[in-house]
Design a protein around this ligand. Structure first.
Ligand SMILES: Nc1ncnc2c1ncn2[C@@H]1O[C@H](COP(=O)(O)OP(=O)(O)O)[C@@H](O)[C@H]1O
Ligand SMILES: [Mg+2]
Length: 426
């Protein structure tokens, strides 16, 4: 950090008292730390976002000629959480310090304690180009464990060098990637790093009953990660045995076999994916095209399905897919709608998870279908802000192979028992 007169240093404790923010014990330790890299790996609703927002405000008020800080996250929505919190506090409690609020740019300008201008911006890390440029005085990363290593290393950490800025990396634990490494550095291995790890219930403002209800409905490893705040390898994975099932190869149509297909139609940026399976649960054929090849899609899908003995195809017919669905029907394709809702999709995913768990499905080997195997392996459980658990692709990643496969499998291999033990997806 740039050297400043210590007499002019901001008194954080006083500021927090003025803002009527009483950090809980865990938050107090984070605020007291002077480490240039702080890693806060705690359960959901521990108070990470709150603490980070307060750190951002304190940094922006720090007496300086000028300063720039970013709040970032893997997606815009996630970056918005800290930013909105800052915006609300500034709007309600520091309006006299506000110079400008540019909503569309996600930018707040504040008059700091030395009369200088401080800037706070929200940035999404899903567009690394937007992360180029200026040197930062401080940086908050929310859901840091979901951020790609190279985005942290090559884009964000670089921004801090010029001004010797600080970073606060907050997240629920997730796997053992770069974020886990950063966390471990903070446990005494690197004096620049300090890290903390605590379960959700360290936050005294949280309702214990809600937490216990979640414990009852979640698979244990998911609960231990999301609420217990523990780093557990592969804990969030929805599909098990993916590699064990990926031992097959593409299969040509056979005379006495019956085939079932699933089609996930491109949304705004995704791809359309067609998956054909046989009654034995083997994936025989996959095709994938970009949304733009719209006209091409219908013809290609029809040809493929005709080849596989005029297979029936289940299609997510909601929204953007509807015209394509209608076009397929007109072309004589045996297309059946399967409208996606949160509930209907969860049922499909559950069913596919069950088949994989029981190894009742054969996927093409990873080198034949890298996209599909990768999507299946990264599909994960996540707890939403409202405290519900859903299964989905990690933020910013595709799920079209999974959806198409799940649609095909639902009809090719009806599960022997309809219910899956304790697995619950909200
Ligand atoms: N020190 C605190 N005082 C009062 N409420 C708090 C405090 N810390 C967190 N909270 C509240 O607890 C809830 C969860 O906090 P949040 O920062 O969103 O958690 P996380 O980001 O860890 O999921 C929010 O309603 C937040 O306002
Ligand atoms: Mg949060």
């Amino acid at each position: 950090m740039a050297p400043i007169d210590s007499a002019l240093r901001l008194d954080k404790e006083r500021l927090f008292a003025d803002l009527r923010y009483e950090p809980h014990e865990g938050q107090r330790a984070v605020h007291a730390s002077r480490a240039p890299r702080r890693v806060l790996a705690c359960g959901v609703r521990w108070g990470k976002t709150k603490a980070a927002a307060m750190e951002g405000i304190a940094a922006a008020l720090e007496p300086k000629q000028s300063s720039v800080g970013w709040v970032t996250a893997p997606t815009y929505d996630l970056a918005d959480r800290v930013f909105r919190e800052i915006q609300a506090i500034v709007g309600m409690q520091l309006p006299h310090r506000l110079i400008g609020m540019r909503e569309h740019e996600r930018k707040i300008l504040l008059r700091n304690l030395a009369g200088g201008v401080s800037e706070i911006r929200a940035k999404s890390a899903d567009n690394p180009v937007s992360l180029l440029g200026e040197g930062l005085d401080w940086l908050v990363i929310d859901e840091a464990a979901r951020l790609k290593a190279h985005v942290w290393e090559s884009h964000l950490a670089q921004r801090l060098i010029d001004k010797r800025g600080w970073a606060l990396l907050i997240s629920t634990p997730r796997g053992k990637g770069w974020y886990f490494d950063a966390f471990r550095r903070g446990q005494g291995r690197d004096s620049d790093y300090q890290s903390w790890n605590a379960p959700s219930w360290q936050n005294p403002h949280l309702d214990r009953e809600l937490i216990e209800a979640e414990r009852a409905r979640l698979p244990e490893r998911v609960f231990e990660q999301e609420f217990g705040g523990q780093f557990i390898e592969g804990s969030g994975a929805v599909f098990r045995n993916v590699r064990e099932c990926a031992i097959g190869s593409w299969k040509e149509p056979e005379a006495h076999q019956s085939y079932f297909a699933g089609l996930d139609l491109a949304k705004v940026e995704d791809f359309s994916v067609l998956v054909v399976m046989n009654r034995a649960g083997e994936v025989c054929f996959v095709d994938r095209f970009h949304r733009l090849d719209w006209a091409l899609q219908v013809g290609r899908i029809r040809t493929a399905l005709e080849r596989y003995r005029n297979a029936r195809v289940r299609v997510d017919s909601t929204g953007v897919g509807e015209p394509v669905f209608e076009a397929l029907r007109r072309e004589g394709v045996r297309a059946e709608p399967y409208p996606f809702t949160a509930r209907s999709k969860a049922a499909l995913i559950d069913h596919l998870a069950l088949l994989l768990e029981r190894r009742e499905i054969v996927l093409p080997r990873p080198e034949l279908w890298p996209d599909g195997i990768d999507e299946l392996e990264s599909f994960e459980y996540a707890v939403t802000e409202t405290g519900h658990v859903k299964s989905s692709a990690p933020a910013g990643q595709h799920d079209d192979c999974v959806a198409a496969l799940a649609l095909a499998a639902f009809h090719a291999r009806p599960a022997r028992s309809g219910r899956i033990g304790s697995r619950v997806i909200g």
